[in-house]
Structure formats: C-alpha cells, structure tokens
Design a protein around this ligand. Sequence first.
Ligand SMILES: Cc1cc2nc3c(=O)[nH]c(=O)nc-3n(C[C@H](O)[C@H](O)[C@H](O)COP(=O)(O)O)c2cc1C
Length: 220
Amino acid sequence: MPISQAMRDRHSVRQYLDKPIPENIRQALDSYVISINAAGGMHIQLIYDEPACYNTRMAHYGHFENVRNYIALVGPKGSELEEKAGYYGEMIVLKAQELGLNTCWTALSRGKSRSVILPGEKEVILISLGYGATQGSARKSKRAAQISDYAPDAPDWYREGIEAALLAPTAINQQKFRISRQGNKVAIKTSGIGPCLKIDLGIVKFHFEIGAGKDNFEWA
Ligand SMILES: Cc1cc2nc3c(=O)[nH]c(=O)nc-3n(C[C@H](O)[C@H](O)[C@H](O)COP(=O)(O)O)c2cc1C
C-alpha cells in the first residue's frame, strides 16, 4: 500500500480487538522505529502487551477500550522535541496503517506509560496501537482556503500538499495551522492558541511532504 493511501485510510481508532500483534509485524515495526531513532536522534519505544496504561478512568472517559500496545514518543529535551515527536510519530502511524494496524494519538486519555526515559530525555506523547474494532471514520475538516493562501493557479504539488495536510490528525481536530508559499518555498506555522500545537505542526509537515513530494519544494 503506498503511503499516500495509508494517509487517506487512517482515522483515529480508540477501541481495539483482543488480537495480538503477530511477531512478523512487530519485527517490521521495530526495525522501522530503530531506523527512525537513528535518523532523528529520538528514543521512540514500542510497548507491546501492556494493558495497564490505557486501563484508567481518563482512558475510558475518552472512549479508549482494550488498548494493549502503544508507541511512546521519547527524545532528548530541547525546543524542537515536540515538533520532532509529531513528525516522526506520524511516520510510524502511517507505517502501522500500511501494516494493517490502527492508532490514535493520545495526549490526555491514558495513564502512565512503561517507557524508559533516560536522563535528559522527555516523554512527549503516546499513540495507541493495535487491531481496531473498526477502521474509524472520516471527520469534519477545514477547507484549503481557511488554512492556506491556495489559489487555483498554484502548482499541482502545492494543492496536493495542502490536501494531505488537511488529512493530518490534530489535537481535538483543531487544524490550527497556516500554509503559505513563495515560489517553491513553503512555510507552515501554527496559528492561534490550542493544546499540542507544536506536535500538530510536526504531523502536518510530514503529511505536506508526502502530498507535495519532497523534491518539488523547500521549507522556507
Ligand atoms: C497531538 C494530538 C493529541 C491527541 N490527544 C488525544 C487524546 O488525549 N484523546 C483522544 O481521544 N484523542 C486525541 N487525539 C486524537 C484527535 O482527537 C484526532 O486526531 C482528531 O479528532 C482528528 O481525527 P482523525 O485522527 O480521525 O483524523 C489527539 C491527536 C493529536 C494529533
């Protein structure tokens, strides 16, 4: 499955089946995360067969059920950590989708994770992982004109980048970002106030790169 298809198919899934993740899928995800940690200087961890973290009042209140696996976005403290967690986390989300798994970013609706946090590191956020009871469903989205300077004479790659950005998950579906272009230079900034905006920004940037094609533009 191409990653662009995974991007269209992905929706947040909060209820999971009892089905364990088989060994071959774990190995594929584990080696993907090893390569991401090496490339991004992160300490992202996959935690399997651990039902306690999402077996809390907060998780049930947030309609999470039967979460037995999750991804812990851990990395070195610093001003870029949250955006990096969003960027690399969404890479893993879309890889998981390609492998037939479902996910949901989780800032609040869960308990304490079993990740290993070394001195100088911080855990930014978790992502639930497993076989969904359903594939989730499409949600409301802003339109291109509300989040960008898109005009009909813009190049195709820009339109496709914006469409991909609008498919990106954001905290409470806030979609508080603004995309602008000068020639082949593109800027994405968060706009207004809201929770997890820097994480959202990293997620949205990754989606834009997939939609637009990295060779077609440069980040401003
Ligand atoms: C940074 C971030 C934090 C989130 N935290 C939570 C959370 O604590 N609880 C929850 O139920 N959903 C959470 N979500 C999921 C969003 O509500 C969901 O992504 C958004 O409504 C868009 O829906 P979609 O993912 O199906 O496209 C979070 C999403 C992001 C990106």
